[in-house]
Design a protein around this ligand. Structure first.
Ligand SMILES: Cc1ncc(COP(=O)(O)O)c(C=O)c1O
Length: 458
């Protein structure tokens, strides 16, 4: 029988998945390490188990004890799963800017959650750092893992995430990008990778409102860099011990808005339903890659968590609009393009039984480059001028053949609310057009020409 003894044994060995749409125009290969495949849906499962097992080994946590942590939610989830597997009680403190979903999820797995104000200094007795500290002092046989300053955090990534990336890329990785919060996932992986190949370049992703980038570049801890921001999990107003600046070659800052927009694109265009800081990482990594990556380079970006925790925020259109994050172009979609075609009459099609010569004559007379092929009411194929021309040059005899002998596959139907971003990633040299149904259910075609016209004219 193949099985695991408890849920925490399933942690790790997450897949690397190539980014295809959001990396268009960027040289090299960009691979995402999909940490939501962990049982708690984030990379923090790895550090939770490591911090608890190291504490057990040192005798800092004894059977029946209580785990207390100040956590943005993901570490809490990992700790809660570990606590269930090992029989501990959990109390978590977190800042009130955290998603409602994160708090509900922690309570769902049996943890006690205390919500603290965001807009106070870390040393203020009301901050989630201070409350966690105080509870630890007050509750007997309690353990405060403190993911910020507990080096088991970095070691967890050094022992698992780093080697997984090295093995899965067969040592071909040239760049590694990660968000920096506690610093564990950036520095643990960076340390392992740089030991294998010191040439590997690491890019830390920071937020506006955080001290990291300026500190790395100037050595100055500048209080003026600190102001409230919304992105969850990355950036800090402290320098956690897990952040080893010598292991981070460059920092890039990403705004809340750019991160939110990229998060939504990753879900819609890559099918990766990921969390907000994943958008920061990919946005920042792409900014770096655009200028610095070469064709043979392999960049790995780590995507820490899952989208469910952000349904009420970046995945909620009203929330996005309230924060001024939804750009007009986000709304521009296939429906806008077909709306502009409404005066153009019925869709031009050709029967599968027509001859190639008839098809050429049709393409010329209506001045289009491609048309769908039909069999009665059914769309069974497509033809395009460039492909027909190439076939006729190869074999001039085909002009008397039926279209169904030479046609290509039918154009794909897409939903009418498909955005221009997605359409532009679908329509290319090989896929000449897509189709949609208008509000009356009539088929319409969207070609490269329609898309260009729509983008150019707004
Ligand atoms: C959603 C999310 N992204 C990124 C990070 C940053 O990772 P690290 O703490 O390893 O620097 C965290 C950590 O809190 C997180 O919860």
């Amino acid at each position: 029988m193949k099985y695991y003894n408890s849920i925490i044994e399933t942690i790790g060995n997450t897949p690397l998945v190539k980014l295809n749409a959001v990396t268009r125009g960027i040289p090299g290969t960009v691979l995402a390490k999909m940490e939501y495949f962990n049982p708690g849906n984030s990379m923090k499962d790895r550090i939770a188990v490591k911090m608890i097992e190291d504490a057990e080994e040192r005798g800092d946590l004894k059977p029946g004890g209580t785990i207390i942590e100040g956590t943005s939610g993901n570490t809490g989830m990992g700790l809660a799963l570990t606590a269930i597997a090992k029989g501990y009680r959990c109390i978590f403190t977190l800042a009130d800017k955290q998603s409602r979903e994160k708090i509900d999820i922690l309570r769902a797995v049996g943890a006690e959650v205390i919500v603290c104000p965001t807009a106070v200094a870390p040393e203020d007795p009301r901050s989630y750092y201070s409350v966690a500290q105080r509870l630890h002092e007050e509750i007997e046989n309690s353990y405060y893992p403190n993911q910020y300053d507990n080096l088991s955090n970095t070691v967890a990534h050094y022992e698992t995430t780093g080697p997984e990336i090295w093995q899965d890329t067969e040592g071909r990785i040239t760049h590694y990008a990660a968000g920096v919060g506690t610093g564990g996932s950036m520095c643990g992986v960076s340390k392992y990778l740089k030991e294998q190949n010191p040439e590997i370049v690491t890019v830390g992703i920071d937020t506006y409102g955080s001290v990291f980038k300026k500190y790395k570049e100037t050595g100055v801890f500048d209080e003026n860099e600190i102001y409230p921001y919304l992105t969850e999990g990355i950036g800090e107003d402290i320098l956690p011990i897990n952040v080893d600046f010598s292991l981070i070659d460059h920092f890039i800052k990403v705004t809340d808005k750019d991160a939110a927009i990229m998060t939504r694109r990753l879900s819609r265009e890559e099918g990766m339903f990921i969390g907000w800081s994943c958008g920061s990482v990919v946005w920042g990594a792409m900014e770096w890659a655009r200028e610095n990556l070469k064709e043979d380079d392999v960049m790995v970006v780590i995507l820490p968590d899952h989208g469910t925790r952000y349904l009420g925020k970046v995945y909620n259109d009203d929330w996005m609009k309230d924060h001024g994050f939804l750009e007009e172009r986000d709304y521009s979609s296939a429906s806008v393009i077909i709306g502009k075609q409404s005066g153009k009459g019925a869709l031009t099609t050709i029967s599968k039984d027509a001859t190639v010569a008839e098809a050429v004559s049709l393409l010329t007379s209506v001045d289009v480059s491609q048309v769908p092929v039909v069999d009665g009411d059914e769309f069974v194929g497509s033809i395009s001028d460039t492909r027909l021309l190439a076939q006729m040059i190869d074999n001039p005899g085909i002009k008397d053949k039926s279209i169904h002998e030479v046609m290509e596959k039918p154009f794909q139907f897409v939903p009418v609310d498909t955005t221009l971003d997605v359409l532009s990633s679908m329509i290319n040299r090989d896929t000449r057009a897509v189709m949609v149904r208008d509000e009356k259910g009539r088929p319409r075609i969207i070609t490269q020409h329609d898309l260009l016209e729509s983008i150019a004219n707004g």
